[in-house]
Write a protein that binds this ligand. Structure first.
Ligand code: PLP
Length: 359
């Protein structure tokens, strides 16, 4: 029996993907080996890695002038490797602070460069995206960093900033592949796999060719994007099993009709939950309507003493990982691509029932 897993990450994966991985566990396509046992330089694994990249390129419509890197270390490690890879010749970078993950990116970058916080939504407890007219951008910045979906606060960009000639670097960890994006508007897109792509341990970096070659000399080789691009992400052993599972997830997404189709499904799932939140005063979502995340939906009970009851009841009804992040408290439902509509329906019915019993 599968439960509805609302975890923010590592998170739910599509059931057909897990079944297929189980079927192929001992013997991948007649090779007599598990993918885990394959040499990353052998022809079997090379074919897996090539198809994974090709399917991702198709899903996101990645233009030819961009490289796709499969790295390790997570988004958190990239927060350090971004300035290391992009700073050469510049001293500073712009960061927009929209919440917990932006804050971590800013803190990490501050070890390597001068950080200019170009805008912040701290004044209203990170419940919105500051409009572009309020941004104080530095035209000499090496890049402008944004977190396009704040996993903890539940705040999402539904627009792309205009930063002129300065490249945008976007942490898309928790909403990549959930919506159609125009890759050409970004210099770098990055994210850990464990939210919407696959297992933890795999990190995706999509980088515009012309930004390669700006690394500081201290950049570790395994995290130097130019060196990794030249080596096809195999300068060192990549997260082979993670790449394989990501590949199965990409195939599943293509079967669902691609990103445009899953986006419509995601809009419908999020609307179901937000529509209920908007009709009740028993649960509250604090985020500005225009900036609400479709992937991570925080909400709290007006009486936090009921939180434990709510979470216990949810678990008894087959719904887990609904506890909010400790920074914001309350509850959070993460409803990534692989969360079925039935999961959201079950959650909303349970919330309605809970309101009837305690409201
Ligand atoms: C989860 C998350 C991270 C951290 O990813 P790690 O793989 O744990 O390093 C960074 N940014 C965002 C937006 C996230 O959701």
């Amino acid at each position: 029996m599968r439960i509805f897993n609302f975890s923010a990450g590592p998170a739910v994966l599509p059931e057909p993907v897990l079944r297929r991985a189980a079927d192929e566990m001992l013997d991948w396509h007649g090779s007599g080996m598990s993918v885990m046992e394959m040499s990353h330089r052998g022809r079997e694994f090379i074919s897996i890695a090539e198809k994974t990249e090709a399917d991702l390129r198709q899903l996101l419509n990645i233009p030819p002038g961009y490289r796709v890197l499969f790295l390790q270390g997570g988004a958190m490690a990239e927060n350090a490797f971004i300035p290391m890879n992009l700073l050469d010749g510049r001293t500073g970078a712009d960061y927009v602070n929209t919440g917990e993950w932006s804050k971590k990116s800013i803190k990490e970058a501050g070890k390597y460069c001068t950080v200019n916080v170009a805008a912040s939504s701290e004044d209203r407890n990170f419940t919105y995206v500051p409009p572009q007219q309020d941004w104080q951008l530095d035209p000499d910045a090496a890049y402008v960093h944004i977190c396009t979906n704040e996993t903890i606060g539940g705040v999402e960009y539904h627009w792309v900033p205009d930063t002129g000639a300065v490249p945008i670097v976007a942490d898309m960890s928790s909403h990549i592949l959930s919506r159609v994006i125009d890759v050409s508007r970004y210099g770098v897109i990055y994210g850990g796999a464990q939210k919407n792509i696959g297992p933890a341990g795999l990190t995706l970096v999509i980088v515009r060719d012309e930004l390669l070659g700006r690394a500081l000399p201290i950049t570790p080789s395994a995290f130097n994007w130019k060196e990794q691009a030249a080596a096809g992400s195999m300068l060192n052993t990549p997260a082979t099993y993670g790449i394989y599972i990501a590949g199965l997830v990409f195939e599943w997404l293509l079967e669902q009709g691609g990103v445009a189709a899953i986006e419509q499904h995601n809009i419908a799932k999020a609307a179901l939950l937000y529509d209920y939140l908007d009709t009740t005063r028993f649960f509250v979502n604090p985020v500005a309507r225009s900036d609400r995340s479709r992937m991570n939906i925080p909400f709290h009970l007006h009486d936090p003493k009921l939180d434990a009851d709510f979470l216990r009841g949810a678990e008894n009804n087959g719904m887990v990982q609904l506890k909010g992040h400790r920074v914001v408290g309350g509850m959070r439902a993460s409803i990534y691509n692989a969360m079925p509509m039935e999961g959201v329906r079950a959650l909303v019915s349970y919330m309605q029932e809970f309101e009837r019993a305690h409201g």
